[in-house]
Every structure is written in C-alpha cells, then in structure tokens.
Design a protein around this ligand. Structure first.
Ligand code: HEC
Ligand code: HEC
Ligand code: HEC
Ligand code: HEC
Ligand code: HEC
Length: 650
C-alpha cells in the first residue's frame, strides 16, 4: 500500500524508535529520545487518556465492557489502533482520540500496554450448564470440522494466551466483549487485514456455538504466569492476513516510498500538502488521493473524487487544462458542475502554474481503480440546476492578483489563506444554501455537525475570539507548524487541518500567513452564539461545578486552572474557555482529544472523553465553574445550551 507522504517523516522517527524498542529500552526512555522539548517525562502519564476506560495500566476495570489491553502482543495492539483509526473497527469515543496521531505515536501506546505484566483477576463465574461448557471446551480444543472451524487453540496457542506478535490471548475477557467482537465480525463491523480468518470463523459458528464458546472462555482462568507464545508450533490451519503481514513487515526505506520527483513534481507535492487536499481526497487507510471520502454537509453526503491517474475511475485521461478548469471554474472534465463541498470558491484563486505543478505530481501516484461513490444530496442540491442557481449567487471565477500596496510576504499569505489553503471554507459563515458571504469573510462560523461533533470556527477578525493580531509571528508559526497555541492546543477540525496540512508549511510560508492574518482589522458584527445571563458568582451550579472540577479535571488543568506548560492547556485566561459560543468547550469536555502529532510536537498529551462520565447538567456546571474562576468571567452555561451544542436540542 502506498502510504501518504507525510508518514515518511513519521517513519524516520519510527525507525529510530523501533531501534530503541528492539534494544529493550523502556518506553519512557524511547520518549526521551524524541526531541519534543523537556515537557514529556513519562508514558504512564501520557496514557491517562486511555486508562479511564481501560483501567490503570490497561488492566481493565471491574465494570463491564472495556477490554483488558495490558500484556497483549504489541503488534496486535498496534494493528487494533490502526483498525480504529482507519475505520476497520468502530468505537467513536475511542477512534476520535486517535484521528490525528501518526504511526509512531500508536506504536508507543502499543508498546506501553504490551509491556504491562499484571496478574489477571479471577474469571467472572458465568452461569451456564455443564453441557454448554462441554460444547464450548470441545470447540475451543477441537473446532467444528463440519463447518471448517479450526480449534481456537490452533492459532491462539494451546494455553489460549496468544502468539507474538499479532495473535491475542482470549482468556480474561468479559463475555459480553467476546460475544460482541464475534458478532461484529459476522456483521462486518470489525475487520482485520484480509484474508480475515476471524470473520470466516465467526460466520461459520452458529449462535448457540458462540454462546457455548464464550461461556467457556470467560469462565476459564488465565494460566499462572501465562504469556503469549513466541511462535506457533504448527502452521496456521487457515490463513490470517494480520499474521502474514506482520511476518513480512519491515521498515521501508524512504526511497522505496517515493521515487525521485522532478522539481516541478516536488513543488506540486508541497502544494497538495499545504492545500490540504489529502484531508478530503484520501480516506484513512486507503491509497493516497484515491478519493471516496464522505464529506458531511447539511444537505447530504458528498464523496470526494479519485485524483490518481487511473484511466477509468481517476484522472488518467485528464489534461492539465481539465485539472485547471476544475479548480478554477468548478466544472469537471465532462463539463458537469461540481458541488462546492469541493472548495473551488477558494481554489479558483490558485495560479495556473501551481495547478500545473499539482497535476504533474498527481500523475506520479500509482493509479488506483476505485469507482466514485454516488453522492446522497437532497433536492435541489443534487441537480445541476440547483448548482447553476447557487453559482449565480455565490461563486465568482477569480484569479489571485497581488496588492502592490502590500509586502511580498503579505501577498503570499493572502494567496494561501484565501486561495490554496482555503481557511475561509470553515472560518467564513456559509448562508443557508452554503454560499460564503464575503462581507463576513473570516468572521467565524458554525461548522456542519459531523462525526467529530458540532464545532465553531472562531472569527479570525477578532483578537478576543480566534484572531491572532495579539500573537507574535513566532506564536502563529508554532500554531501552524506544531498545533500549539499560546494557551493550549488546536482542537477538533482544526487539529486535522494542522495534522494533514499546515504542519508542512515552509518556515517562510508560515511567516507569510502570520503577516497576513495579523493585518486583519475587525469590521462590523461578529457571529456569536446565544448569550445567557451571567449567574451570581456563588450559586448551586458553580458549587457543583467546583466539586466536579476537583474530582475530574484538576489533576491535569491545575488548582488554579494554570495547566502544565507543554502538556495540559491552561483554562485560566483562555479565550476558548470564555468564548461566547460555547460549542467548542462543550465538545472538548464530551469528546476529549489528543492534539495532533507534528514534527515539532510528536508526543502530545491527551484528555479523556467525558461523554459517558458526566451528564449534560454536570457538563454545564463544570463549564460554568471554569468560565467564572481564576479571573475568567463569562456567562454561565445551562443544560439546555449543552444539549443545543451537542445537537440533542434545537
Ligand atoms: C471511552 C472509553 C475508551 C477510551 C478513552 C479508550 N478506549 Fe480503547 N476501547 C474502548 C472500548 C469500548 C473498546 C472495544 C471496542 C469494540 O467494541 O470493538 C476498546 C478497544 C481498544 C483496543 C482493542 C482491544 C482488543 O483486545 O482488541 C485497544 C488496543 C485500545 N482500545 C486501546 C486504547 C488506547 C491506547 C486508548 C488511549 C489513546 C484508548 N483505547 C482509549 C474504550 C475506550
Ligand atoms: C486461523 C487462526 C485463528 C483461529 C483458528 C481462531 N482465531 Fe481468533 N484470532 C485470530 C487472529 C489473527 C486474531 C487477531 C485479529 C485482529 O488482528 O483483529 C484473532 C482474534 C480473536 C479475538 C479478538 C480478541 C480481542 O481482544 O478483541 C477473539 C475474541 C477470538 N479471536 C476468538 C476466537 C475463537 C473463540 C476461536 C475458536 C472458535 C478463534 N478465535 C479461532 C486467529 C484465529
Ligand atoms: C473539503 C474537502 C475537499 C478539499 C479540501 C479538497 N477537495 Fe477536491 N473535491 C472534493 C469533493 C467532495 C469533490 C467532488 C465534488 C462533486 O462530486 O461534485 C472534489 C473534486 C475535486 C476535483 C474534480 C474531480 C472530478 O472528477 O471532477 C478536483 C480536480 C479536485 N477536487 C482537486 C482538489 C485539489 C487539488 C485540492 C487541494 C488543493 C482539493 N481538491 C481539496 C472535496 C475536497
Ligand atoms: C475544517 C475547518 C477549518 C479549516 C479549513 C481551518 N480552520 Fe481554523 N479553526 C477551525 C476550528 C473548528 C477552530 C476552533 C478549534 C480550535 O481552536 O482549535 C479553529 C481555530 C483556529 C484558530 C484559533 C486557534 C485558537 O485556539 O485560538 C486560528 C488562528 C485558525 N483556526 C486559523 C486557521 C487558518 C490560518 C486556516 C487555514 C490555513 C484555518 N484555520 C483553516 C476550523 C478550521
Ligand atoms: C488527563 C488530563 C486531562 C484531564 C483529566 C482533563 N483534561 Fe481538559 N484537556 C487536556 C488536554 C491535553 C487538552 C488539549 C486537548 C486537545 O487539544 O485535543 C484539554 C483541553 C481542554 C479544553 C479545551 C481548551 C482549549 O484551549 O480549547 C477544555 C475546556 C478542557 N480541557 C476542560 C476540561 C474539564 C472541564 C475537565 C474535567 C471534566 C478536563 N478538561 C479534564 C487534559 C485533560
């Protein structure tokens, strides 16, 4: 598989860290090897994001479903993290955290949990009949020959403690969890590398056999001192892609990933990156630029196009003119109008020379045959007629022209922000049919609700909201390149923009964006959320909020909301906490988050999600508290507003 080019940089790090790990250096030492500043002192602290659900050291908690991950084979854990990240396994509360992390971070997590050697608790006593247990035991030891189900022990090891590096032990797991995993394989909700042997096995077992096997497995104790075997004594009875893949896994050399490119193609690669084309045109885990990524809009789902040079399903038959035409006029090669989910209202400003470079680079990618998934837009947005109207109102073909009154840097910044990097596609409000209102350029906008929540892109015009007028040039560069702001970290959709796009800005381009953004002068009204009355400072919600803060938040954000520099954001004097629009603060608490890994900040600390921990009222209380403590002063937040911000209530 062709990995996205950005992972090359990650691979370089991975290569060094893999050596550390191979040399049995502890995980925290491995972290020390990364030049990520003095802030990171232990992985044990970094994994706090995970241990709220998975238990201390990943040993699982007595309450129910969360699986134990301590001591499972390292490559198995790593594969699962990739599976969640790339959609082969689904658990939004967790995959959301993994979204903007590169492979080296996932490796570190896997390494940490794989090396936790902890005793297993006594198994839960599942009520079942002797007959059922005997059936379960027989399937585990002998399989079901009639239906091509091999013995579980043939792959999971005689003692069922797993086999390094990729097959997990299957004892010590809650029965609910095992049932749901086998069910997920049957229902195509869980996938492993193909051929997916567990999908085959789960489908071939009958429901009563699954019931018997899981009863037996969850009743059996983990053998004393049991560990994953180093190798299987016999070859696998049926093939498992996961196992084969890990046997042939080597660290590819950068030259094998990218053949030599001409100067023009290299420039194109750079422009594609900072234009953040990947974010929409590469589905997680799929081939670079092969498209078909769903883009959620208020009018339905639009799927991005396959931009690889495949003749039938990609741009194999396109010319540089066709490509330029698509960016510049929003028309496809055959003349049909494209939906503005493709940000051509901004990309229309891209210069012909830049378009040609991007096209030249795209032609160097391996062609991928992947037909276009049909859009599911509602009428009239699914018609060409609807698009004609939309375009007559909101789209002007344009090309970037320099402002001679301004410096070269300013002009370059303006080209990037307005054109190629299309910052306005989120930061400028779109009206009810999706057009952007130029008089409101960069004044902040609610983004369409998506799998990653309901976010607000703040106004870049207003220094109290999202503007950077009061930041130094270096602050803006650190923000674009590393995802770090003076008070904390980028979040939600902005985290993806940094992870996939802005971290690749050259120092000079980052500086030009800084010069341009800092020149913004606020004009007119801002887009803001509903304002609720400021509560009296000592009221019941605030007291309850304080108790919740002390219990759940203080350990990271500090007694005085001061945070810990380099690890946890300060909440005191933080404009994102006191913002009039409360959406982002609500999303932060409900969804948690790990800031994006970047070359300059490869090992960020994270925050666990509180969706399953706090009620809407408790979220409102704790937000009211942090908005009115340590010098912060802002309106209190009501339960209703929290429900509004999560889309539960209009
Ligand atoms: C909100 C609770 C929650 C958080 C936080 C969470 N997980 Fe999970 N995790 C789960 C659940 C639930 C599953 C099982 C999902 C399923 O049904 O497949 C899971 C599954 C896993 C698995 C697969 C286990 C297996 O045996 O196949 C791994 C590995 C894992 N999590 C690692 C992590 C790591 C690392 C983090 C921190 C970055 C983390 N999780 C954070 C709830 C959580
Ligand atoms: C042909 C080899 C093979 C056989 C036979 C096999 N397994 Fe598996 N099993 C695997 C592999 C490989 C994985 C890891 C899949 C992945 O990477 O997601 C796995 C994973 C699992 C998991 C997921 C564990 C977790 O922590 O999420 C369960 C549960 C499981 N197997 C149960 C069984 C049962 C029950 C049987 C017998 C009926 C069985 N397996 C037979 C190869 C096998
Ligand atoms: C916000 C998501 C998004 C971003 C960012 C994005 N695109 Fe697209 N792009 C789309 C969607 C969606 C379509 C398909 C529109 C349709 O089918 O009407 C598309 C279509 C296209 C097409 C037309 C293909 C065809 O078959 O007609 C080209 C060319 C293109 N994009 C190039 C780019 C380039 C180059 C970049 C980066 C500078 C980029 N896109 C950034 C979402 C995006
Ligand atoms: C996909 C939508 C999207 C795009 C594209 C986007 N942003 Fe953002 N931006 C957001 C959201 C949502 C936030 C609020 C979350 C946060 O503060 O990190 C934000 C926050 C910001 C902030 C305030 C950060 C803070 O914490 O104070 C700045 C500055 C910013 N964006 C600049 C940019 C620039 C420059 C670009 C273009 C290179 C851009 N954004 C492109 C969605 C977007
Ligand atoms: C394990 C440490 C940890 C705990 C516990 C924790 N946080 Fe966080 N918090 C973080 C980190 C790290 C971030 C940055 C996350 C990101 O950018 O994705 C963050 C971000 C935030 C933000 C967004 C700040 C900004 O600048 O946008 C808010 C608000 C917040 N936390 C509130 C809380 C509240 C309220 C609690 C308790 C219910 C809490 N946190 C518990 C670590 C933690």
């Amino acid at each position: 598989m062709h990995r996205p080019p950005h992972s090359r940089l990650a691979l370089r790090w991975l290569f060094t860290s893999a050596l550390c790990i191979a040399a049995h250096v502890s995980a925290s030492d491995a972290v020390q090897h990364i030049k990520s500043g003095p802030s990171i002192d232990s992985v044990a602290q970094l994994v706090k994001t995970c241990t709220g659900c998975h238990g201390p050291e990943g040993r699982a908690t007595p309450y129910g479903y969360f699986p134990r991950i301590a001591g499972k084979p390292e490559n198995y854990l790593y594969n699962q993290l990739l599976n969640f990240q790339e959609g082969r396994r689904v658990y939004p509360q967790m995959s959301n955290l993994l979204e903007n992390l590169d492979p080296s971070y996932l490796k570190l997590l896997a390494h940490y949990f794989a090396t936790q050697e902890l005793p297993y608790p006594a198994p839960a006593q599942i009520i079942s009949t002797d007959m059922q247990l005997e059936l379960g035991r027989r399937i585990v030891r002998e399989g079901v020959a009639a239906r091509d189900v091999p013995a579980c022990t043939a792959c999971h090891g005689d003692a069922l403690t797993g086999v390094a590096p990729s097959i997990p032990g299957i004892l010590g797991l809650p029965r609910d969890y095992i049932i749901s995993q086998l069910g997920a394989w049957r229902n195509h909700q869980r996938h492993a590398q193909s051929p997916d042997c567990m999908a085959q096995i789960s489908t071939n077992l009958s429901v009563s056999e699954i019931s018997a096997v899981t009863a037996w497995l969850s009743n059996a104790p983990w053998p004393k001192g049991g560990r994953p075997l180093q190798t299987l004594p016999k070859p696998l009875p049926i093939s498992c892609g996961t196992v084969q893949k890990s046997q042939s896994q080597t660290v590819p050399r950068p030259s094998a990933i990218k053949p030599t490119l001409t100067a023009m193609e290299q420039k194109g690669e750079y422009l594609i990156r900072i234009g953040n084309c990947q974010a929409c045109h590469t589905r997680p885990g799929a081939d670079l630029m092969s498209g078909n990524r769903p883009i959620e809009t208020p009018f339905g789902v639009v799927y991005s196009s396959n931009l690889t040079p495949d003749a039938d399903t990609g741009m194999g038959k396109w010319t540089a003119d066709d490509f330029w035409g698509a960016l510049h006029t929003g028309r496809s090669k055959d003349g049909h109008l494209l939906t503005p989910a493709f940000p051509y209202p901004e990309l229309t400003q891209v210069t012909r020379m830049d378009a040609d470079s991007m096209f030249a680079y795209l032609r160097t990618l391996p062609p991928k045959h992947l037909p276009q998934t049909p859009n599911t837009l509602a009428w009239p947005y699914n018609t060409q007629f609807g698009l004609v109207i939309w375009r007559s109102l909101y789209f002007k073909v344009g090309e970037y022209t320099e402002d001679p009154q301004q410096s070269k840097l300013w002009n370059r910044g303006s080209y990037l922000v307005n054109g190629l990097s299309h910052c306005g596609s989120c930061h400028t409000p779109r009206n009810f049919i999706g057009g952007s209102q130029s008089q409101l350029a960069f004044k902040g906008a609610y983004l369409p609700p998506s799998h990653s929540g309901n976010w607000f892109a703040p106004s870049l015009m207003d220094p109290i909201d999202g503007g950077v007028q009061n930041w130094s040039d270096e602050d803006v560069q650190t923000f674009l390149l590393n995802g770090i702001t003076p008070k904390g970290y980028v979040n939600g959709p902005m985290a993806e923009v940094v992870f996939k796009g802005t971290q690749y800005f050259s120092a000079q381009d980052a500086q030009s964006v800084a010069v341009y953004l800092k020149s913004f002068k606020s004009k007119g009204d801002l887009i803001t959320g509903p304002i609720s009355p400021v509560h009296a400072v000592v009221s019941e919600p605030l007291k309850s909020g304080e108790r919740l803060y002390d219990k759940h938040c203080e350990s990271c954000h500090g007694k005085q909301g001061e945070g810990i520099r380099g690890k946890y954001p300060a909440l005191a004097n933080n404009r994102n906490v006191v913002a009039t629009h409360i959406n982002n603060a609500v999303q932060s608490v409900l969804l948690g988050g790990i800031p994006p890994t970047t070359m300059g900040h490869p090992m960020p600390f994270g925050m666990p999600p509180y969706r399953a921990v706090l009620s809407d009222t408790e979220v409102a209380d704790v937000l009211s508290y942090i908005r009115n403590s340590w010098g912060n002063q802002a309106s209190a937040v009501s339960t209703f507003e929290v429900m509004q911000a999560t889309g539960k209530s209009k």
